[in-house]
Design a protein around this ligand. Structure first.
Ligand code: FEO
Length: 169
């Protein structure tokens, strides 16, 4: 049976993961509007990943005999200063999510919930990947300094991203 404090914290995390889905979709809409459909595709796939993260928590709560409560999802940002700003915001957002996952882990450790600790390890590893992905894109965008050719090459490359459920599933 899932501890009440743990359940409440995971429910809050489910909301953050759905917000992440919404945020990346909003970024996809902005990028489409900028004529960068490859980058928009990248963000749509990212949004699918976030939904996967949310549903993995959703299923876990149920598996442990807990109860999922869905809360209102905040409105995401709609406008961005530049393509670089989109990806810098994404990186910042992922750093925020990492902090949040770490706080969940702190609770699991505090209450000796070994099952949740084991479950959360997947997210700890996933966040390393998430931050690394956005960090590399920010680095590349800075390297090309917003120049047309480089941007179009990155856009083309990012058009190839597809959603595949993470390997551990
Ligand atoms: Fe669900 Fe991008 O972390």
């Amino acid at each position: 049976m899932l501890n009440q404090k743990m359940q409440k914290a995971i429910n809050e995390q489910i909301n953050k993961e759905f917000y992440s889905e919404y945020l990346y979709l909003s970024m996809a809409a902005y990028l489409e509007d900028q004529g960068l459909s490859g980058m928009a595709n990248f963000m749509k796939v990212q949004a699918e990943e976030e939904r996967f993260h949310a549903m993995k928590f959703f299923d876990y709560v149920n598996e442990r005999g807990g109860r999922v409560f869905l809360k209102q999802i905040d409105q995401p940002e709609e406008e961005f200063d530049s393509v670089l700003a989109v990806f810098e915001n994404s990186l910042e957002h992922e750093q925020f999510v990492t902090k949040s996952i770490n706080e969940l882990m702190d609770i699991a450790i505090e209450i000796n919930d070994h099952a949740t600790r084991s479950f959360l390890n997947w997210y700890v590893d996933e966040q390393v990947e998430e931050e690394d992905t956005f960090c590399n894109i920010v680095y590349q965008l800075k390297l090309i300094d917003g120049k047309g050719n480089g941007l179009l090459m990155m856009d083309k490359e990012m058009a190839g991203r597809t959603f595949t459920p993470p390997a551990s599933e």
